[in-house]
Structures are given as structure tokens and as C-alpha cells.
Design a protein around this ligand. Structure first.
Ligand SMILES: Nc1ncnc2c1ncn2[C@@H]1O[C@H](COP(=O)(O)OP(=O)(O)OP(=O)(O)O)[C@@H](O)[C@H]1O
Length: 267
């Protein structure tokens, strides 16, 4: 479970309020999508949730542990995938995973089986002996994902996890996120791919200029913000005040969806 209470982050001695009094609860078993235009405050929120940034005020509670008061327990309860998979390039994939398994105190007896299972799921098993510097962006992203799942965290937080993944890997990731939730865990991820959020998430929240502007299931959001058949993209444009025509608004969205091709998005 994730709980954010009055979470606020101010940069530049008060000139930029990146996150403004954010209140949110994401339950166990819930897959939550965090949407917002560029600069809305998504990464800042996620970095505070992961314990990488100190809030100006407010609190983050992960699986019942307060991030400020009990950071080890809070961080031990979460897996984190940052928006850029910058990892130690001189290590092999396996060394990187062993290091994370040490950090998260994964019992030695369980380690090998978990690494093998996750590497097989992401089809990375043949590359684990190679230096990370030889990995493609997508392979690095997969390795970071495996590292984030190595300790079976009850809370998984991901910042734009679909970026850089090919269609089948993106599909695989969505399936894994859904299964992680169905096993009773909490998943929170930011995305620009609105249709992925629409099809995959139990609830979504849209942040704009640091404030949570709407929150709920797709049905709830549509009932609240639309008169008829608007898509999430149209609602998003309307409530974030973006005024580009939909076909130009988010090239990532249409490109990513084209890439996904005929893959059905798992529910
Ligand atoms: N280290 C920083 N110092 C000063 N301002 C910052 C810093 N990091 C972010 N900001 C500002 O805070 C606001 C929110 O940024 P943030 O990166 O959280 O948005 P985002 O929703 O993740 O954007 P994007 O979708 O483009 O990644 C922006 O106005 C940004 O310029």
C-alpha cells in the first residue's frame, strides 16, 4: 500500500512548486497509472516516493512504513525503476543482480532460482554474463526491472517503464505488472502512453502543475469529465489545458501504440 499525505516539493527557494499538496492512497492489489504533461511533477513525486528526494513537507508511507522515520523498512518494501536505466556499466548483468540481492537481503537459497526465473521471463538469461556496457537500452531496462523485482517487493514504482522497450517487451512488462498486482502487490507507474493506462490500470491519477487534478477508475473519470464518448486522451487534453490537436499531442502515444501492433493489452 502507498500513502501520500500532503506531499509537497518546492525547488529554487520557493520559485517552483513541483508537487503541491498531493494526497493519494493506492491499495494492495491495485495497478495505478500516474499521468501528466511534461513538467507536471510526476518524476519529482516518484523520487520522493522512492526516498531519493526529501519532500519539502508532507509524508510518504510505503507498506505502512514512513519514508522519513523508517527509511530502511520503507525502501526495503519497494522496487524502483527510474526513468533512465543508468547502471554500473562495468558490472555484468549477473553481478548487478547479485549486488541488488545483497542490498535487499534476498536469502542465498532463493537467489539463483529468482534470477533464473526473472531472466527467463525477460529473455535475458543469455546476456547475464556480459558487461552491462554491451547491453542495448531495452536490455538495460529489463535488467533494472529484474533488479526491482528480485526481493519480491509489495510495492513496485516505475517511472515511464515502457520507454525504449520493443513491442513484445512492452507487452511482457504489462503482463508482469498485472500479475504482480494480482498477487496482492501494489504497482504505481507513470506513463505518457494514455491508452496503456486506460486499458491496464485499475485507477489513474492526472497531475498538472504539481496538483492532482483528477483521480479514479476510467469509468469514474469519464463520468466526471465527459459528456459522451471522449477518450482518455481527449479528457487529458481538456483538464490539463493542453491545446495541441490530439494527433500532435503525444507522438509517443501513437508511435507506441502502433508499435504494440496487434498485441492485446492485458487486463
Ligand atoms: N532539480 C530540480 N531543480 C529545479 N526544478 C526542478 C528540478 N527537477 C524538476 N524541476 C521542475 O519541477 C517541475 C516538475 O518536474 P518533473 O520532472 O517532476 O515533471 P514530470 O512530470 O516528470 O515531467 P516529464 O514528463 O517531462 O518527465 C518542472 O517545472 C521542472 O522544471
Amino acid at each position: 500500500m502507498i500513502e501520500l499525505n500532503h506531499l509537497t516539493k518546492v525547488y529554487h527557494q520557493g520559485q517552483v512548486k513541483a508537487v503541491d499538496d498531493l494526497n493519494l492512497r493506492v491499495q494492495a492489489g491495485e495497478l495505478f497509472g500516474f499521468l501528466g504533461p511534461n513538467g507536471a511533477g510526476k518524476t519529482t513525486t516518484i523520487k520522493m516516493m522512492a526516498g531519493l528526494l526529501t519532500p519539502t513537507s508532507g509524508e510518504v508511507i510505503i507498506n505502512g512504513h514512513n519514508m522519513a522515520r523508517d527509511p530502511l523498512a520503507a525502501k526495503g518494501s519497494l522496487g524502483f525503476v527510474p526513468d533512465n536505466p543508468d547502471i554500473w556499466e562495468k558490472l555484468t548483468g549477473l553481478e548487478y543482480l547479485q549486488f541488488l540481492a545483497d542490498v535487499y537481503r534476498v536469502p542465498a537459497a532463493a537467489r539463483q532460482a529468482r534470477v533464473e526465473e526473472l531472466a527467463a521471463t525477460f529473455e535475458l538469461q543469455d546476456a547475464l554474463g556480459d558487461n552491462i556496457q554491451s547491453y542495448s537500452h531495452g536490455m538495460r531496462q529489463k535488467l533494472v526491472l529484474i533488479g526491482a523485482l528480485i526481493h519480491r517487493p509489495p510495492v513496485l514504482i516505475l517511472d515511464e517503464p515502457m520507454v525504449g522497450l520493443d513491442p513484445s517487451s512492452a507487452y511482457l512488462l504489462m503482463d508482469i505488472l498485472r500479475r504482480h498486482c494480482d498477487a496482492g502487490n501494489t504497482v504505481f507507474f507513470s506513463t505518457h502512453i494514455l491508452e496503456v493506462a486506460e486499458r491496464l490500470c485499475d485507477r489513474v491519477g492526472i497531475i498538472n502543475k504539481g496538483r492532482l487534478v483528477t483521480l479514479g477508475t476510467m469509468e469514474e473519470i469519464k463520468a466526471r469529465h465527459s459528456q459522451g464518448e471522449e477518450t482518455l486522451e481527449q479528457i487529458f487534453l481538456e483538464i490539463t489545458g493542453a491545446n495541441l490537436p490530439p494527433e500532435r499531442m503525444d507522438l509517443n502515444t501513437s508511435k507506441a501504440l502502433n508499435n504494440l501492433g496487434q498485441h492485446a493489452i492485458p487486463r
